[in-house]
Design a protein around this ligand. Structure first.
Ligand SMILES: Cc1cc2nc3c(=O)[nH]c(=O)nc-3n(C[C@H](O)[C@H](O)[C@H](O)COP(=O)(O)OP(=O)(O)OC[C@H]3O[C@@H](n4cnc5c(N)ncnc54)[C@H](O)[C@@H]3O)c2cc1C
Length: 506
């Protein structure tokens, strides 16, 4: 058995798959190690009866189309992956209860979005347009910073990209207030906070603007055959290029040389594997737990302790014995909120019913057998939100009762008769995610992107925060924060960096 490689990647999640495909296709001997028997981590699939469920992906941003390809489209293309992309051209419908409540639907496309917002909040058009103008200016500034490989000329930044400099360190709400956006329009605009897990008064403006801009510009994309299609395509890219993917291969230890550089990993069965470069798709907290403490830099431990673990979810997957038309479902994504303000939605999450409702058949009509449809409820939780008295004996009762609360709320507020049509139902909780992904407290979103720990700050500090030679990180916990797109981008970028360091390029 071969035990020496150029590159070992630990974890076949989105980030690990993209990293391994990049290094394998560059001709480096690459080994990808995954503890499960299938690739993908969160990007997977599961069956219950005659339904094949998407476990995680609501919608993917920054994909674009063949005619107008964006970052993710290009990464898959570059890695030789053919994906059958399907698109949704409404951004979302948002239903909010209470006196200040609303029920609005916003279409993708900057003009459409501005029109729909103006209809919902008369007088908001100018500020919403200014928001999207800023998105474009930010994109131009970032393209320049990228072109200069992170070392932009300060004078060019000052004179050409001043709006970026002014907004980049502020929270989303500070920027929206500066643009004169009315409170109701801010609340609607900030509906997507749940996709990043941080309320918009503490979420970096540049990060949020760029995510919203990308959904509004291109619409959202989904692979036809669930996110498993993406994982299988990347796995094929790796093996076609001569890389190896080992399943049922759980890493239990990271190995170091006496000089402190990382040189390999040990599997649960004791097998030791060595490589010039190691890429971890698993969160640094877990890597430290699998390393001899003397090789873990104190600064990295302090950073891990200072950070807040990101969001997790309760997810309810439902297969119904009737079509979406019979139920009157016309939307792919509906955000249901008990309060209009994101901070209140976050702070009072245990009192209310904040959730995202999805019906995959709206975008992929034949996602389930004819005459049926599938629903997916996502309820955000923070690590530690589980009831204190939760035990293995009352766990099932707790999760089923919770599912009932959300399904009944949906029936009441959206008018769909769900209960009498349930053919299959499955409920996942942070406990499921902790067991499946191996993440601390079942987080699925890496570390919280609070403004002090934003993408901007992480990018600037990425080479000084993590200093163990030959050990690299990619995935939802790394520089760009959570999400499919960021995991693919960081995986691909890390792969390129490793190729350059082994082959001596720049
Ligand atoms: C319910 C849900 C809904 C989501 N919705 C969206 C969405 O709509 N849009 C979006 O962009 N993002 C969404 N996300 C977030 C997105 O899925 C993640 O941010 C992204 O998949 C993280 O990818 P990753 O590369 O960090 O890998 P992960 O998915 O965390 O995978 C890590 C891999 O490492 C493996 N592993 C762990 N420990 C070991 C070990 N010791 N040895 C070997 N292998 C190991 C795991 O088995 C896993 O395969 C959602 C997530 C969930 C759970």
């Amino acid at each position: 058995m071969r035990t020496q490689f150029d590159v070992i990647v630990v974890g076949a999640g989105n980030g690990g798959l993209a990293a391994a495909a990049t290094t394998a296709r560059a001709g480096l001997s690459t080994l990808l190690l995954e503890k499960h028997n299938v690739p993908g981590g969160s990007a997977s699939t599961f069956r219950r009866g005659r339904f094949e469920f998407e476990p995680s992906l609501h919608e993917l941003c920054s994909v674009g189309t063949k005619e107008n390809p964006q970052k993710i489209y290009n990464i898959f293309k570059e890695l030789g992956c053919e994906i059958d992309w399907r698109y949704e051209y409404n951004t979302f419908r948002a239903i909010c209860d209470g006196e200040d409540g609303y029920d609005v639907k916003l279409r993708a496309g900057f003009d459409n979005f501005c029109d729909d917002m103006e209809k919902a909040v008369p007088g908001s058009r100018e500020s919403v347009k200014a928001f999207f103008d800023l998105v474009k200016k930010n994109d131009e500034a970032l393209a320049y910073v990228y072109e200069k490989k992170g070392n932009p000329n300060p004078l060019v930044m000052l004179f050409k990209h001043a709006d970026f400099l002014k907004s980049a360190s502020h929270s989303t709400e500070e920027v929206e207030i500066a643009l004169g956006m009315p409170e109701k329009a801010r609340n609607i605009m900030n509906t997507y906070w749940g996709y990043l897990g941080v309320p918009t008064d503490d979420l970096n403006a540049m990060h949020y603007l760029s995510m919203v801009g990308s959904y509004v510009d291109d619409g959202a994309a989904m692979p036809y055959k669930r996110s498993h299609e993406l994982s299988l395509a990347l796995e094929k890219s790796i093996t076609d290029a001569g890389g190896e993917v080992w399943y049922n291969a759980q890493v239990s230890k990271f190995l170091y040389k006496e000089d402190g550089s990382c040189c390999g990993v040990q599997l649960q069965d004791g097998t030791e594997l060595y490589a010039k470069e190691i890429i971890s798709n698993i969160i640094p907290n877990n890597v430290y737990g699998m390393s001899d403490p003397k090789f873990v830099p104190e600064k990295e431990l302090k950073l891990a302790n200072a950070r807040t673990l990101g969001m997790t979810f309760v997810t309810i997957y439902v297969g119904l014995d009737c079509s979406k038309e019979e139920l009157g479902i016309e939307d792919y994504t509906i955000f249901k909120m008990p309060f209009p303000n994101p901070r209140e939605q976050f702070n009072r999450r245990e009192e209310g019913t904040y959730y995202v409702f999805n019906c995959l058949n709206e975008v992929i009509p034949d996602a389930s057998p004819k005459g049926t449809c599938m629903l997916f409820f996502t309820v955000p939780l923070m690590p530690g939100d589980l009831p204190e008295n939760l035990t293995q004996y009352n766990y099932k009762k707790w999760k089923n009762e919770l599912a009932e609360v959300y399904i009944k709320d949906c029936e009441k507020s959206m008018g769909f008769d769900i209960m009498s049509h349930i053919e299959e139902i499955s409920v996942a909780t942070p406990v499921s995610f902790a067991r499946y992904l191996g993440t601390p407290n079942g987080e699925v979103y890496g570390y919280q992107n609070e403004n002090w720990d934003s993408v901007i700050n992480r990018s600037q500090a990425q080479f000084t925060d993590f200093t163990v030679p030959h050990l690299h990180y990619c995935g939802g916990h790394s520089v760009m924060g959570d999400g499919f797109s960021s995991a693919y981008i960081t995986g691909h970028d890390t792969g390129i960096r490793v190729v350059n360091s082994i082959k001596g390029g720049k």
